[in-house]
Design a protein. Sequence first.
Length: 271
Amino acid sequence: MQPAMCAEGRVALVTGASQGGTGTAIAVRLAAEGAREAVAFPADLSRPDGGRDDLVDEVERRLGPIDILVNNAAMGGYKPFEEWTDRELALITNVNVWSPWTLMRAAVPGMRSRGEGWVLNLTSFAAELPPGPPFPTNRPATAGSAYGSTKAALNRLTLSVAAETAGDGIAANALTPQAAIATPQLLAAGWVDRAYMEPLETIAEAALALCTGTITGRIAYSLQLLVELDRPVRQLDGVGLVPDWQPADLPAVIATHTARLEAAGWTNPFA
């Protein structure tokens, strides 16, 4: 069992937390454990002049030094590589790479000076290298050039930050959903079978584990991490347990997702 209020009094900055999806779930879960981040700070992370350069300073002026930084905001999209325009590439790179880089560059020095801090970057299975030929037939392989490339860059950046802060008391990790996250927007879109989704609670619990623990330098899959840590999955308010999504339930879920990806041509997709 996790210690009570494991983020007590800590200041957490979670990007992309205003839409009721993954970022909101992570912010609510952190708040349930005592973190201080229940203030909205508007910023447009798709533009260099959208406020990202001053965001860390603004948060710290109002709430105090940032202990936990979660780079969740992301821009997606799947289509053939030649159809991406320069403008679209600039937008997706700004959101998925340059903004996390800018925010880490601003927040990590303070964490280092205090000897403690947590950085978590939300990433994607699209960052994995498609095996082949023959290549997989699903969208991460056939249309994931821009989204996958930016998330692959974020993974490499995450490991660089972990290496460069080793011994400084800072944990830097990336977290990949094991399956599509059942956000309100994705459920409303209806193009993903709910049998191949995971709830907001699992990604939020895995994020909480990486934002309060000692693991660093990991590109983790959400459900596998929860099994590894034998970590109970709680409701976002931190009170009750989520039925059917506890560590003992998850190996079967992972096996289902593995079989689906292998059927599309991925070899050992979560290895």
